[in-house]
Design a protein around this ligand. Structure first.
Ligand code: ADP
Length: 555
């Protein structure tokens, strides 16, 4: 009941949104109701205070017509009639109002003001604005003038102008309502357009969300998006599978700190602060961060990466972490290293025997000269083979053992440059030394000599048309730096990115058949990093390369 009252009040207070949702019949009845109720009020008032008025024939006809018009509003099949046909009701309303006004005479004044109801209705309809304004004005005029003409009295200018106020008031009201209605209609149109746009946008965003969900759940990579406080805002199906794999005792907690995540040995638990979503929540950006998820025999190796998410103003909104299963790749790489290591070990034993017997043969007396020359060739090649086997073993070993000792670093560098000068068979290559003297650091001199030999021999090997190899030693606050710069073939930016990978060779090196297998730099980098230092490369194709390594004073 309260609801119904609310609805009626809401319609009566011109809640246009709800009003337009009603059926045509209800709208017509509701629009007629204020006039009908006011007439009812007048009739009741007349019954109580002016019973004489009710005896007037015209007044009665007017009231009856009002009732008849209300019935028309209720009974006519409005939904089948053309839309503007409802206008007939306010137009008809003028007749009973005129009759009632005349009938009420001077007993009840102000009945003519009822004209305001049809006038408002016509103006608020928004249809035929000018014509309906004129109709309202002339109808009100007719209501006040008709009695003047019909009563047979004298028609004077004063009798005609006396009641002109009513039509003009009605015209003013109609114009005001018309202006207000027009602006309301404009506003409503804007709101409706916005509403349609919003509905379209919502549908589009729903479509995009479904598309995104389908993609996110169909990729073979685990995905996690976290907000700036580290709370997950999105996970995909693949990540949930990884989490189930690493959940303790098949438990249901998929919270990262409860998962069984291990370090490279597959057994040491990864501390909470180094877990990927914790690092991502701290705003760290990382790539190829390898983690061992779950326990054997179902353990998987996941490569994780994190990127920042930013909002329109560029401030951090969170991060996206990806989890890629690289178990098979890691297993293949381990198998390759194992193979290289086994083969190298197998090669080393017969090679040692060959080299031993070679030495014996070369030292034997009475060996003819041409045989000695042949044995020297065999010896040189077996040395190369031996170095290659040692490189392969070192590469398979990964992290070399070092035995640091106080070392005069510039002296070590000079010694290796002198040795390189001796071995250099390209007269177009010159060596130059620059930099400081007398810096003692703690390093493994044998291993660092290996690094220097490799960098110096590369500088010569990859300078086939000659040039200067400049070796500079400098000490800094945190250690020493050695730079070896050549003017040789150089490398492209893309080649530089792979230069420290095992078995990497540039196409120029392969095409020119420069001997090498692509292990020297990988081993050198491992040695320098084992000392706590770094090895870097700058190079320009056709201009030359500079390899620099830094070593801390104490590794
Ligand atoms: P190797 O020299 O035995 O092939 P390295 O690991 O020492 O192996 O070098 C890897 C590759 O890097 C080389 O094959 C060569 O293509 C490139 N490279 C190394 N040093 C230089 C240099 N100084 N100038 C140009 N290219 C170089």
């Amino acid at each position: 009941m309260a609801d119904a009252v609310d609805r009626v009040l809401s319609h009566l207070t011109l809640n246009s949104g709800q009003f337009h949702e009603l059926s045509m019949r209800n709208r017509v009845v509701l629009s007629q109701l204020p006039l009908s109720l006011t007439v009812l009020l007048i009739v009741t008032g007349s019954l109580l205070f002016h019973p004489l008025v009710l005896q007037d024939g015209l007044f009665r006809v007017g009231v009856a017509l009002q009732v008849f018009i209300l019935l028309l509003c209720i009974l006519l099949p409005w939904h089948r009639l053309p839309y503007p046909s409802f206008l007939i009701i306010p137009l008809l309303d003028f007749l009973p109002i005129g009759l009632m006004r005349h009938g009420a005479g001077t007993e009840i004044t102000g009945v003519g003001l009822l004209t305001v109801f049809p006038v408002i209705w016509l103006a608020a309809s928004g249809l035929y604005p000018r014509r309906l304004l004129a109709v309202g004005f002339f109808a009100a005029l007719a209501i006040v003038w008709t009695p003047v003409f019909l009563t047979g009295g004298e028609i004077t200018a004063s009798s005609l102008t006396q009641s002109l106020l009513l039509p003009f008031i009605m015209l003013g009201i109609a114009v005001t309502i018309r202006v207000m209605t027009a602006s309301m209609m404009d506003q409503q149109r804007v709101v409706e357009e916005k509403d349609a746009e919003l509905t379209k946008l919502l549908a589009e965003s729903g479509r995009r969300e479904r598309l995104l969900n389908t993609i996110v759940n169909s990729v073979d990579v685990g995905l996690l998006a976290v907000n700036e406080t580290g709370d997950p805002v999105l996970t995909n199906r693949k990540l949930q599978q990884f989490q189930a794999l690493a959940a303790e005792d098949g438990g249901t907690s998929h919270s990262e700190q409860d998962l069984l995540i291990y370090q490279q040995d597959g057994r040491s638990v990864l501390p909470a602060a180094r877990r990927p979503s914790r690092r991502a929540a701290d705003g760290q950006v990382f790539s190829d961060y390898l983690l061992w998820w779950g326990q054997q025999p179902n353990q998987r190796v996941l490569s994780t990466s994190s990127r920042l998410m930013t909002d329109q103003s560029g401030s951090r909104e969170g991060s996206v972490v990806t989890f890629n299963d690289v178990t098979e790749l890691v297993a293949a790489l381990n198998a390759k290293d194992e193979f290289v290591s086994t083969v190298s070990h197998e090669l080393r034993t017969p090679l040692t025997a060959i080299r031993g017997y070679l030495e014996l043969l070369m030292a034997a007396p009475d060996v003819p000269e041409h045989v000695v020359a042949g044995l020297e060739v065999v010896s040189r090649n077996s040395d190369r083979l031996h170095k290659l086997v040692l490189d392969l073993l070192a590469a398979a070993e990964g992290s070399p053992d070092i035995r640091p000792a106080p070392t005069d670093f510039p002296a070590l560098v000079s010694q290796r440059v002198a040795s390189a000068r001796e071995r250099n068979q390209n007269p177009a290559v010159r060596f130059e030394e620059a930099g400081q003297q007398g810096i003692t650091i703690n390093c493994d001199p044998g291993r660092i000599a290996q690094v220097l030999d490799n960098l110096l021999s590369n500088a010569v090997k990859y300078s086939p048309s000659g040039g200067t190899v400049t070796v500079t030693v400098q000490s800094g606050e945190d250690g020493v730096e050695c730079r070896i710069a050549d003017q040789g073939t150089g490398m492209t930016a893309e080649e530089i990115t792979g230069v420290f990978s095992k078995f990497f060779r540039t196409s120029a090196a392969r095409n020119a058949a420069i001997p090498g297998v692509g292990l020297g730099l990988a081993i050198s980098k491992a040695i320098v990093e084992r000392h706590g230092g770094s090895l870097t490369c700058r190079s320009t194709a056709g201009e030359g390369s500079t390899f620099s390594f830094r070593l801390p004073v104490h590794p």
